[in-house]
Design a protein. Structure first.
Length: 276
C-alpha cells in the first residue's frame, strides 16, 4: 500500500464527523445506508455530510451504488483492512516493548480493565417477552462477564406474565425486570453499550437511535411466542421454545473470544449466531 494512499486515508478519518460516518457504514455494511440517512443518523446537515462523504470516497474508504434515484453508501472494507494491516505490521515493534498484545491494541474498549465487563442491550418492540428473556438469560449465564439490559421502541410498560413464569420455571432471575423505552439508553448518562441485538423484525426495521460508543449490532430474530393466545395450551410451550433459542444464542455469544477477534470478524460471527 503506497504511502500517499495511507496518508490520504488517515487524513480523511482524522475528523470526528467523517470518523463517525465510516464507523456507521461499517456497522451497516451488508445493507448500506442511503446518503440522506447517514446525515439523519449522525444529526448533521445534508450538505455538510455530502462533503464529508465525498472526502471519504476520494480516500477510497467508501463506495457508492445507485438504486433508482437513491445513492447507497457502503464502506470499502478492503481499504479499511489495509489500514488495519498497516498499523499491525508497521507498529508491531511497539507491541514488543509493552505488555499489550496486538489484538487488544487494535480494538480496545476505551478504559477497559484486563477482564472487562461487556454491556449488552437486547431490543424488541414491546420489551415484554423476547428481550426480557434475553436480558435475564445473559445476566445469569454470562458469569459476571456481561451486564444485560433490554428495551423496546414501543414498550408495553408491563412484562407478559408468561415471560415471568417461563423464567421462573427455568430458574432465571426476574427481580428488577421492567418494560421500558430504548430512549433510556440513547442519553449521555446511559451505560455505554458494547453490543446491541434486535430480537424482532419490527425493531430491526426501525431507525434506531445513535447509541453512544458505537456498539456492535446484529439481528437475532425470534418469533413472538405471545401470538399464541393465552387460552391456548400451546402458549407455554411457545415461550419455552423462544427461551431455548435465546439460550442457544447466548451460549454461542459468551463462548466467543471477544478479546482476540477483530471488529469485522466479530460482527460476522454475531450475525451468524442469529441463525442458530
Amino acid at each position: 500500500m503506497e504511502k500517499h494512499i495511507i496518508v490520504e486515508a488517515f487524513a480523511a478519518i482524522a475528523q470526528a464527523t467523517r470518523l463517525d460516518a465510516l464507523r456507521l457504514l461499517l456497522d451497516r455494511r451488508e445493507t448500506g445506508v442511503p446518503a440522506g440517512d447517514v446525515a439523519k443518523l449522525l444529526d448533521v446537515p445534508q450538505n455538510t455530510m455530502s462533503a464529508h462523504l465525498a472526502v471519504l470516497k476520494r480516500a477510497g474508504l467508501v463506495r457508492t451504488e445507485r438504486h433508482g434515484t437513491t445513492i447507497i453508501y457502503r464502506p470499502d472494507t478492503e481499504r479499511v483492512w489495509q489500514l488495519v494491516d498497516f498499523l499491525v505490521t508497521d507498529f508491531a515493534a511497539l507491541a514488543a516493548t509493552t505488555d499489550r498484545s496486538i489484538s487488544t491494541a487494535v480494538i480496545p474498549r476505551a478504559g477497559a480493565a484486563p477482564d472487562p465487563v461487556y454491556n449488552v442491550l437486547f431490543l424488541c418492540t414491546g420489551n415484554s417477552v423476547r428481550s426480557i428473556l434475553a436480558e435475564s438469560v445473559l445476566n445469569r449465564d454470562g458469569g459476571g462477564r456481561f451486564r444485560a439490559f433490554s428495551a423496546g421502541n414501543k414498550p408495553r410498560g408491563e412484562i407478559h406474565p408468561t415471560t415471568i413464569a417461563t423464567l421462573a420455571e427455568l430458574d432465571y432471575p426476574t427481580e428488577g425486570l421492567r418494560s421500558k423505552s430504548w430512549d433510556e439508553f440513547a442519553s449521555p448518562e446511559a451505560p455505554i453499550m458494547d453490543f446491541v441485538f434486535t430480537l424482532c423484525d419490527s425493531a430491526a426495521g426501525e431507525e434506531c437511535p445513535v447509541w453512544p460508543g458505537r456498539p456492535l449490532t446484529a439481528h437475532w430474530g425470534i418469533e413472538d411466542p405471545s401470538i399464541v393466545g393465552e387460552a391456548d395450551f400451546r402458549q407455554a410451550a411457545a415461550f419455552r421454545q423462544a427461551a431455548g433459542y435465546i439460550r442457544n444464542r447466548v451460549a454461542a455469544f459468551i463462548s466467543l473470544p471477544l478479546d482476540s477477534l477483530d471488529r469485522m470478524s466479530l460482527r460476522d460471527k454475531l450475525r451468524t449466531i442469529g441463525s442458530l
